[in-house]
Design a protein around this ligand. Sequence first.
Ligand code: BGC
Length: 718
Amino acid sequence: MKKPLLLLSALAALGSATMPADDKPLYMDPAQPVEKRVDDLLARMTLEEKLSQIHANSKFTTPAIPRLGIPLRWLSDGPHGVREDIGPDTWKPQNRTDDFATAMPAGIALASTWNPEVAYQVGEAIGQEARARGKDIMLGPGVNILRTPLCGRNFEYMGEDPYLAGRMAVAYIKGEQAQNVASCIKHFAANNEEFQRMSINVEMDERPLREIYLPAFEAAVKEGGVWTVMGAYNKFRGQFASHNDYLLNKILKGEWNFQGLVMSDWAATHDTKEAALNGLDLEMGTDKPYNEFYLADAYRDGLKDGTYPMSGLDDKVRRNLRVMFATGVFDQRPPGSLNTPAHQAVARRAAEEGTVLLKNDKAILPLDPDKVKSIAIIGENGIRLHAHGGDSSGIKAFYEISPVEGILRKAGSKINVTYSAGYGKEIGPDAIDRAVAAAKNADVAVIMGGLNHDPGFDCEGHDRKDMKLPYQQDELIRRVVEANPKTIVVLFGTIVEMEEWIAKVPAVLQTWFPGMEGGNALANILFGDVNPSGKIPCTFPKVLADSPAHKLGAYPGKDGTVTYDEGLLVGYRWFDTKKVDPQFPFGHGLSYTSFKYSDLKLVEGKDGTGPVVTAEFVVENTGKRDGAEVAQLYIHQAKPALERPFQELKGFKKVFLKAGEKQTVSIPLDLTAFSYYDPAKGGWIAEEGAFTVRVGGSSRDIALTAPFKLAKTTLVKR
Ligand code: BGC
């Protein structure tokens, strides 16, 4: 079933074969600078050829131009691996046998590692698999900010903090693009709910736009060098994001000098004039015959009669060609690899480092395999496979280790493991009774609960209705822990309310959607072969109503518009400024060992270049196990001229420490770290005055503080 791949190489071969070897055009010469190659190729293209490269000719391709050696170009979802092949003209999978991939943990799990090195490795592995699967552009990572716990796609994204999301995305992109595959940062911008996702209009002030919703994209462009950007479905200030003059022309291409291509989300293009003029370079997924795409016949007519300038078309084509050259389309590209032991190890490492130990009273975890004789696993997520779910980010995994399988592999014959469904869509009325009986008969009960990818939970296209655990799980957990106090709750999916049972349950793990190695990773953590080191990249509110957008009635919007009334106060910025106690604060996550922070020093920069100040402090592993701690640095400004959140994350470092070991951590801070966006000045300012540098293991577990003064106000260049 290798046909399309063969076809692809046949077309490529045909392309070069049609060009006489002794007359090799300049653009085919890898020694030439990319811009020269782009100009040379562009000059050889006809109007029709140019138009063919700025809109799709199937769900995920643009056509080859054999005469010029331009191969068929393949795009593919997505952030968690290379999606199965779809189409060509429908959303139906092709049911091929060669389109499996390694399923990585979901974006929010990756963000929970707080480890850019892991993000790099994930990007790298996906890039290698994309090469092996013949894909040129991978549609990820996604960095839309978690504004409401209900957004159906929170699982794909990197949490509520723009700095953390930016660091993780930059590393991921660098890893992936080093494999001659373009990343696509998505969805640009302000795509923070799935409710009316194809049409909702988002209104917000300039400061939240600049400080909360754009920085991860900005980092992806400026530091990650991302080659493609996907416009979002929603409108922003009344204009569709995929052809939004302000977002695309002014900010992305103007201020940030983005040189790559902007594609639409699939069926996010609505108008030829706006698509022509407002910064869209590649139209994908429009629900019409391909020649009726907005950038096809209608655009051609407008170009011919002078409505649209030819220079606009050339700019779009140039951007498309630039990405082709950047990804080595015309040169020798490495063949890539699939499902290697190295990729599996990356998937497992990301799952292990991304799993968060939320609670662990009396060190009930890890389980001692020599003492525990029986385990009752309870809950559908014990056997349920998630990798294929969630819609566009789903992966046809080579395999997927369920929690039950992972635990059985580890427990061997020494431990008696039972499984009881406990909850689920289609189980009998006595399911809870049976689970309780199983729990009573076991040394330890492990409830594998939380959400899944069913529509209405963590799934594209819809938001959740509430933040509750579905399928009577609250009751299940309450009754199981009553029957067996040694109950551990493992939560899959995104944020849920825990108020009903959290005080009674001694240990809780948040494992999100951990990818195809998830069961192994979980077993490693439960039995202590791996010490948990993840931290939540989002605040867990006690109840939904505590969450800012909900508290203010600013979700899901009215009459087609949602206004972000909470402004800058998203996630912990709200909870900390308004002094609301969360269930678990942003950045929280426990370990099987303990850490001590000490000796915070602020070392001032000398000559005005480099960091203005470097925070230095010591982190010590004071327990008996090796482990890793994510040291976090927040900045508080005493008296800003404009209101600011109480504190903002501006640095972090994951430190791996052997038992008893200590290490000095250095976090350099430049002026950007102290600055905020001043709409009146149209730029970022770092104000003179007093700041506090706050360091600790979570946003609410600040161990060290140090005062810092900026002597003068500076307009900061980013
Ligand atoms: C999603 C994108 C995805 C695209 C292609 C859209 O519905 O919003 O994230 O990349 O489909 O599958």
